[in-house]
Structures are given as structure tokens and as C-alpha cells.
Write a new protein. Structure first.
Length: 285
């Protein structure tokens, strides 16, 4: 009868098997605690799934949260085609867009108080030079700094306004947070205060009421469907479907509508709710 002596391995067992197994289990436990494998409390991915700061763009959360339906049929109401662009598009072929019927554009200028679009000059000046009426937008990150700080940064870095008949008022892009919790960790009341702070500061800097770009579902979730901005701030609604759908509280109509992220030349296409002279009127203030 074989005798097992202490310090010797049983037949078929590697002498270091237990140690190897322990090391593997420890590594797995470590991986489960790394940021790339974690999720936030609201199910938003963190770590490796989070885009790089500054890469956010208008409407990037619309399909994920609201889905995508059909294209608008056009109808009889006068509408004017526009686009919005960011560094995601790089150098834009403005002549192709102009020839396709696009007459106005918004260009991402800034994000938070640390990011400036490196393609801003080509996009902002290029759209102007081809004949379009254009404006700039700011991607809001209410978890990184105050509304006033971000409005000042925006106004100082491309978001200004001049009464030249070709410059639209700046737009505040306030939507789902691509870097974490959808509402940037703010209560509904705190979010309304942040937006109010941004809008008041922007108007003090430029003399214009900023456009608000948002989606109704986000607005309901993160502001409690606050209705206090509709009297002064034009609404730019995001909905990829046949109609703009339900609008946030306080607005009886939309001024602009982002209806797709898969249009020709550049993805993000919009309709201005009116003929070209209404786009001019918004530019002129």
C-alpha cells in the first residue's frame, strides 16, 4: 500500500497546482474590480467603454435611448435644411453640402472648460465662406464645472455672436452624458439651476438668448420636464423619426429639428422650422 509522505505530491497532481489556482482566482477577482468591467448605478458603462473626454457630439445618445424610426416625408410646411458637425467629421466638404441644399450649419466649438474642437476653423469659416448661415454649439458637462464657467469658456472660444446676418446664436447641447450617469449626477432641480446659470451668463456675454438642443425623454428625466425656458430660448429638438414628436414642457413649437444621424455628406441633418428668411431672422436677433 503506497504511503503519502508530507511534502510530496500525490500521483497526477502538479506540486504547484494549488498555488497556480490561487493566482488565477486572485487575477479574476482583480479584473472584476477594474473600471473597465464596472457599471454605474444607472447601468451606464464606465472604464474602457467610456469615450475620451472631448469626443462627445450632438445627438450621440439619441439612437441608444430613443431609437430610430423613419425619415420625415417633408410635408407642405416650409423647412430649411441644415447640418451640425464636430471633430467627428474632420474637414467638411462644404461645397457638396451647399449643392445638396443645406443652407445653415452649427459647429461644435467647446466642451466643458477644457476642450476646443481642433477642426473648428475649417468648419465654422468653411460653412460661412460657402454662403451658409452658421453658429456654434457647446456640449455641456454639468458634472465638471458650473454653468457660468462653461458659458464663459464657450463665448470666449468660438461661441460669440455678431449682428452680421450670417451668425446664429450659440446653442447649448444638453443631453445624455456619454461619460457616466445620464443626468451627470445632478438632481432635477440642480440641473435646471445649472442650465439657467449657463443661459444667463451666455446672454450677459453676447446679448443673445442661447438655443437649447435636447431630447424630450432626457428633458423629462433630468429636469422633471421643466417649462421655464420656452419663452426666451429657441428649441432644437432631437428625434430620429418621421415627426419631432412630443416637445418638452414650455415650448409650443420647435425652431430646429435634428431628424437623422445618417444623412448625406455628413451624418447629422436638421430641418429649420421655417423658410430661409426665418433662419436669417434668428441670425439677426
Amino acid at each position: 500500500m503506497p504511503v503519502h509522505r508530507p511534502g510530496t505530491a500525490r500521483r497526477g497532481q502538479h506540486p504547484h497546482a494549488a498555488g497556480i489556482l490561487l493566482a488565477v482566482l486572485s487575477a479574476l477577482a482583480l479584473l472584476l474590480t477594474l473600471p473597465g468591467a464596472a457599471q454605474s448605478a444607472d447601468g451606464t458603462a464606465r472604464g474602457d467603454d467610456v469615450p475620451q473626454r472631448g469626443t462627445a457630439r450632438m445627438g450621440m445618445g439619441v439612437v441608444e435611448h430613443d431609437g430610430r424610426g423613419g425619415r420625415p416625408s417633408g410635408g407642405s410646411a416650409a423647412q430649411t435644411e441644415g447640418v451640425d458637425v464636430s471633430s467627428h467629421q474632420g474637414n467638411v466638404n462644404w461645397s457638396a453640402l451647399w449643392n445638396s441644399g443645406v443652407k445653415w450649419a452649427y459647429v461644435k466649438a467647446t466642451e466643458s472648460t477644457s476642450y476646443k474642437n481642433p477642426y473648428f476653423a475649417q468648419q465654422y469659416n468653411g460653412s460661412y465662406n460657402i454662403g451658409m448661415i452658421r453658429g456654434a454649439y457647446h456640449f455641456a458637462t454639468p458634472d465638471t464645472s458650473s454653468g457660468a464657467a462653461q458659458a464663459n469658456y464657450f463665448a470666449s472660444n468660438g461661441g460669440g455672436w455678431s449682428r452680421d446676418g450670417r451668425t446664429l446664436p450659440g446653442a447649448l447641447d444638453i443631453e445624455w452624458n456619454p461619460y457616466g450617469a445620464a443626468c451627470f449626477g445632478k438632481s432635477q432641480g440642480a440641473m435646471v439651476d445649472w442650465i439657467r446659470d449657463f443661459l444667463a451668463t451666455y446672454k450677459a456675454r453676447t446679448g443673445r438668448d442661447a438655443v437649447i438642443y435636447t431630447a424630450t425623454t432626457w428633458w423629462k428625466q433630468c429636469t422633471g420636464n421643466y417649462g421655464g425656458f420656452g419663452a426666451s430660448n429657441p428649441l432644437w429638438i432631437a428625434r430620429y423619426n418621421t415627426t419631432p414628436g412630443e416637445l418638452p414642457a414650455g415650448w409650443g413649437f420647435h425652431t430646429m429639428w435634428q431628424y437623422t444621424s445618417s444623412g448625406p455628406v455628413v451624418g447629422d441633418h436638421n430641418k429649420f422650422n421655417g423658410a430661409y428668411d426665418r433662419v436669417q431672422a434668428l441670425a439677426n436677433g
